[in-house]
Design a protein around this ligand. Structure first.
Ligand SMILES: Cc1cc2nc3c(=O)[nH]c(=O)nc-3n(C[C@H](O)[C@H](O)[C@H](O)COP(=O)(O)OP(=O)(O)OC[C@H]3O[C@@H](n4cnc5c(N)ncnc54)[C@H](O)[C@@H]3O)c2cc1C
Length: 455
């Protein structure tokens, strides 16, 4: 729980939220108010960059006449066209990190985009994620997914640098300061060690640490840790702030975002989608991207094609704040810990087939806590701030599903990122934008073709 004071009254949030999220929750029209956080007035253009933390004091003052003086932009009209003329060159169904990364890259290439989300931007799996950027995951050989993840990780620093210039008021909390993989017995250690032989091929530094060194590097680790591997070039990003920054940068180049606007169906003409249908009217498009996470399957189903993504639930808890916090992302055999910039430790995560039920369960959270306490026993005494669940978009072979929708000339699918959508957002954004602009699927997308499941 996050405890805030809003206009002098206590207000509890289930978890951290950005300032715009709080204002939406309170049904406040930002055009008519001035907002101060902890005594400092926050210009409207900086709202997105503010993440509200436990103990923050928020003052919302209604302004006479409406509109904020420091914001010269005209009030944004309801982005609702009432007809197909409100469309764009590319309409993207789903404004999670994947839809936002694609809109960002398309807008950089001068393509007009419209992002439609049935709920709120970035509030599904994207918001639920831990933000770990670790292509080696449980440490496997350099296979298709690991190589794709490595390529995306290499893009991250340039993306973050650009976003810093384009959206200077949002710090995406990007840090490649290392991931520790932990083994508790000889068998687990042997598994980690086996990976060392691929070191050269992976192009990442990997250092084996014995029990004593592990505890030196991360003193809070459990005493019965047998040893492990340290990769100094992996790390983390704030999945929420990174997604917000992507959408803001895309919007600054003319992309539009409409929330609360589910795509319900399509108007088609000669093997092409001419427009998407929503409760807010039709939006015409030259090209359509389906980036609706696990909901891509029912959407593509309306076009008569089966996209084999499915929801895979993950539950997590936020613990903290410890007097001596952990320093690194810690990846254990049964769970992981992520020390976030705000001092909380995110512990995750279950991997469950539970359909579209986005909720935590007693059993799931117990499993997550046990895995966390096994890695860092002091966490037993940490306060549990909040817990949550999200639905990862899974796929039958564990690989993303990226490329043309079979049978449709102007529809692209971008989903199935499962446990790595935050990591894979930059490479997905770049390759899908390239495919749309060049009207040709890049070679690098071949292993992820949606057609691989047909026939
Ligand atoms: C607990 C957990 C921890 C994770 N940790 C990590 C991690 O540490 N690192 C990592 O790389 N990945 C992690 N992931 C995975 C990552 O979060 C996902 O792969 C990624 O967020 C998928 O992004 P997306 O944009 O495809 O889907 P989503 O974020 O689910 O976005 C899809 C959007 O589509 C919208 N939508 C649905 N139907 C429609 C419709 N009909 N019309 C319009 N919009 C629609 C939804 O409202 C939603 O906003 C984690 C996931 C979970 C659940």
């Amino acid at each position: 729980m996050v405890s805030l004071t809003v206009n002098g009254k206590p207000r509890e949030l289930e978890r951290e939220a950005s300032l715009p999220q709080l204002l939406r929750l309170l049904d406040v029209d930002v055009r008519l108010v001035a907002v101060a956080v902890n005594g400092e007035v926050v210009p409207r253009r900086q709202h997105e960059g503010i993440v509200l933390r436990d103990g923050d004091e928020v003052e919302i003052v209604r302004m006479v006449g409406g509109g904020s003086e420091d914001d010269p932009r005209p009030a944004i009209p309801d982005p609702r066209p009432g007809g197909a003329e409100g469309g764009a060159e590319v309409v993207i169904a789903g404004a999670g990190i994947i839809g936002c990364a694609i809109a960002y890259e398309l807008s950089r290439r001068g393509v007009s985009c419209l992002l439609l989300d049935g709920r709120r931007l970035g509030m599904a799996a994207t918001n639920a994620a831990a933000g770990i950027l670790a292509p080696l995951a449980e440490f496997r050989r350099p296979d298709t997914l690991v190589n794709f993840g490595l390529a995306s990780l290499r893009l991250y620093p340039a993306w973050v640098q650009r976003l810093r210039e384009e959206v200077p008021d949002i710090d995406v909390e990007f840090a490649l300061d290392g991931v520790l993989r932990v083994a508790f017995d000889e068998e687990e250690l042997a598994e980690l060690r086996a990976g060392l032989r691929y070191r050269g091929k992976l192009g990442l530094e990997l250092v084996e640490l014995d029990r004593a060194l592990m505890r030196e590097v991360e003193p809070r680790l459990a005493p019965d840790v047998a040893g492990g591997l340290f990769c100094p070039q992996e790390g983390q990003v704030s999945n929420q702030l990174f997604t917000l920054a992507l959408s803001r940068a895309a919007q600054s180049r003319g992309a539009r975002v409409v929330e609360g606007c589910p795509v319900l169906g399509f108007r088609t003409r000669g093997g092409r989608v001419a427009a998407v249908r929503t409760p807010q009217g039709e939006f015409a498009c030259d090209h359509l991207v389906l980036a609706a996470g696990p909901w891509t399957r029912p959407l593509a189903g309306k076009l008569g094609v089966e996209v084999q993504t499915r929801p895979v639930r993950g539950q997590m808890v936020a613990l903290g704040r410890m007097v001596t916090p952990i320093r690194y992302v810690i990846w254990g055999p049964r769970g992981y810990l992520v020390p976030r910039a705000n001092g909380l430790v995110f512990a995750g995560a279950t991997v469950e087939e539970a359909g579209f039920r986005i909720r935590t369960t007693k059993r799931g959270l117990t499993q997550v806590r046990q895995a966390a306490f096994e890695l860092v026993p002091q966490l037993r005494h940490a306060r549990e701030h909040f817990s949550w669940a999200g639905l990862r978009p899974g796929s039958p072979d564990g690989l993303p599903i990226l490329g043309p929708l079979p049978g449709w000339a102007n529809v692209t699918v971008a989903t199935g990122h499962f446990r790595s959508g935050i990591l894979l957002a930059p490479i997905t954004g770049e390759l899908i934008a390239e495919a749309i602009v060049d009207a040709r699927t890049p070679e690098a997308l071949a292993p992820f073709s949606p057609a691989r499941f047909s026939g």
